[in-house]
Design a protein around this ligand. Structure first.
Ligand code: HEM
Length: 481
């Protein structure tokens, strides 16, 4: 079915090719230098949405000297990410992130990426990550036990903390709540901020001036992180080599599993490879999920009738009639159907990764146009997820739209919060499990309403953050019976 659609696209392409092979697709052109760049800096989502609305499936514009193609057709995106992926790289901006992430899954390319992916992906299969379910619910319970009825919390910061705690425990068996973890927490947060700064061209230039305080601070933070992560790798290797008589060692953490995996030629990962993959997964695996959950709670606070249905489902799964809820476990996941739809719909309206890009390696034919080598391709989850072609009333929060039939008829890349293909999100099963378990845990005890006097604004960086977070007033729940 998918392949037929791809062939269809090819047929359309070849017909259109005869018409116009070396022209640019339509798109905004500005005679005022820098006008589009300024518009992007000011409001990237609105700028992309307007271009897609006006020019359709494939448009072209220039950002400085760079030729950019905005792809707004799910079949084209499928062709790029699935069938022709080897003709694209992630591009030069990512090179700067290598300074911090090394050659982990997000930043590596080509054969090296492929072989690492082959080793790591099986460890993220739903069965393999089920043991992290208890960590997820336990950390969520610890967070909500600190909350007070009637108080106001910044839900974004709370969820950032809890998702970091979950990923550190699952990946390295590391307790972020312990005293020793304070250095790690500080170093991690400095490193993350600095990684975003490096995405900016000016940040990259300033990075070459080592005496600048921010540069020196980032270097120090990088050293601290390395010391801790290499220390954990060495400890874990020793325990594994000795054999595991140590009862406190379960070997369930991802690092222990990564230490043991073997490539086809029997080789194992070096300490440097392990370090790069671990830091990459920690960074890729917590801000995205916390943003998805923050927007979920924002939407629930605005839609009490949907929030009520979430409560009803949780109560029926956890035993709303008894005095105490039973302990939530991953065995309950298939029963949390409505919660799953809520999470899915929240990621449609507010996709944590709101845009993606690729660079063209060799001239490429798409939609009847030849896209020259070196051009940049953009596709935006945000723009696609709000497209009236695929979603009725796209601005409304409607979890009920996600029927099996609706999903079956939706083109694959009209909903792609996790990307797709060989570079799609390796942590997707982890994110679904974590998202649903956290919603079910939090909403079994708490209802939230937006605290007064704040306007919620989008801040589209690498992920889709709420500007200044979101403050919520907490209300202890009356359970439905
Ligand atoms: C709601 C949560 C998440 C969202 C929306 C999300 C989204 C994405 C997207 C769109 C990509 C592909 C980027 C591209 O192709 O350019 C990606 C890649 C990746 N994600 Fe996630 N992610 C989430 C959670 C996670 C988690 C929990 C982990 C790890 C535990 C993780 C680890 C990764 C890694 C390692 C990659 C790079 C994969 C590769 O290139 O082979 N992500 N993610």
């Amino acid at each position: 079915m998918r392949y037929e659609r791809y062939l269809n696209t090819r047929r359309i392409n070849s017909k259109m090719m005869q018409k116009s092979s070396l022209e640019f697709p339509p798109g905004p052109s500005s005679h005022i230098p820098g006008k589009i760049v300024r518009s992007f800096v000011k409001d990237p989502i609105n700028t992309l949405s307007k271009i897609a609305d006006e020019y359709g499936d494939l448009s072209h514009f220039k950002l400085g000297r760079l030729h950019v193609y905005l792809i707004n057709n799910p079949d084209y995106i499928e062709k790029i990410l699935i069938y022709d992926h080897s003709n694209f790289s992630k591009g030069p901006r990512l090179q700067s992130a290598k300074r911090l992430l090394g050659e982990g899954l997000v930043t590596s390319e080509g054969e090296f990426h492929k072989s690492q992916r082959k080793l790591i992906q099986p460890l993220f299969l739903p069965k393999k990550i089920s043991s992290y379910g208890a960590i997820m619910t336990d950390r969520a319970l610890r967070m909500i036990q600190e909350w007070k009825n009637g108080s106001v919390v910044n839900i974004h910061s709370e969820l950032m903390k809890v998702t970091l705690s979950i990923i550190c425990k699952s990946v390295m068996d590391y307790d972020m709540e312990s005293k020793q973890a304070r250095d790690f927490g500080n170093a991690f947060s400095i490193t993350k901020k600095y990684a975003s700064r490096l995405q900016h061209p000016l940040g990259q230039i300033l990075d070459r001036v080592p005496i600048l305080p921010k540069v020196a601070q980032a270097k120090g933070a990088g050293k601290t992180l390395n010391t801790i992560v290499y220390g954990l790798i060495s400890e874990r290797r020793k325990v594994i080599e000795k054999g595991t008589n140590d009862k406190s060692f379960s070997g369930a953490d991802l690092l222990s599993k990564l230490i043991k995996v073997q490539a086809d030629d029997g080789s194992i990962m070096t300490d440097k490879q392990l370090r790069d993959e671990i830091i990459t997964i920690l960074i890729a695996g917590h801000e995205t999920t916390s943003n998805a959950l923050t927007w979920t709670y924002y939407l629930l606070s605005q839609n009490p009738q949907i929030e009520r249905r979430v409560f009803e489902e949780i109560d029926s799964v956890l035993g709303g009639n008894s005095e105490e809820y039973k302990q939530l476990s991953i065995a309950d996941l298939p029963k949390l159907n409505y919660v799953e739809k809520v999470f899915r719909e929240a990621m449609r309206l507010y996709p944590p990764v709101w845009t993606m890009g690729r660079f063209v390696q060799n001239d490429y034919t798409l939609g009847g146009y030849t896209i020259p080598k070196g051009s940049s391709l953009m596709f935006s989850q945000y723009v696609m997820h709000h497209n009236t072609k695929y979603y009725d009333n796209p601005e409304s929060f409607d979890p009920d739209r996600w029927t099996e039939e609706f999903k079956m008829h939706l083109p694959r890349f009209s909903y792609f919060p996790f990307g797709g293909g060989i570079r799609g999100c390796v942590g997707e099963p982890f994110a679904w499990q974590e998202g649903i378990l956290l919603i079910a845990t939090i909403s079994s005890y708490w209802s939230m309403r937006l605290a007064p006097n704040q306007s919620v604004k989008l801040q589209p960086g690498i992920t889709l953050n709420p500007k200044n977070g979101i403050k919520m007033k907490l209300k202890s729940r009356q359970r439905s019976s």
